[in-house]
Design a protein around this ligand. Sequence first.
Ligand code: IDP
Ligand code: MG
Length: 160
Amino acid sequence: KRRIFLPHLQKMEETYIMIKPDGVQRGLVGEIISRFEKKGFKMTGLKLFKCPQELAEEHYKDLNSKPFFPKLIGYITSGPVVCMAWEGDGVVASARKLIGATNPLQAEPGTIRGDLAVQTGRNVVHGSDSPENGKREIALWFKEGELCEWTPAQAPWLLE
Ligand code: IDP
Ligand code: MG
């Protein structure tokens, strides 16, 4: 039996990207989504969502001993966020590059934070820091049935 390898049909690495409340309030949703779309990654989940306190605390649990933790939880729960799952080869590291450094003043021009933000406490977007956390965070923020398996029409033009 002949096997044809179709990269666009394989399940690839996944990352959780979230537009934080400041990004939503400032009308940057389209701009931010557009950067991941244009790069060529595949969106597999998308929703506007008001984050409950407990979920914010679970998502940022590694930071719960930091002095800024209460402010961070207040920030993330202050208004709706846009939750997204994105898939692609190397998507975790690449998305972190597109997002830029945690402190927007240190983020390179051309990155989302470098172009669109000025303070660490208002840095408009989140991206998972490892493939393991990508999986963990997607499972945390999305229910079963909210993610979508599909093949973009452009796939053969992006992946050889
Ligand atoms: P990251 O979002 O670039 O991965 P982390 O160190 O994981 O950065 O921190 C998570 C989030 O916590 C940051 O994006 C930022 O919103 C907030 N944060 C981190 N450090 C500080 C700080 O020193 N002051 C205020 N907020 C901070
Ligand atoms: Mg982080």
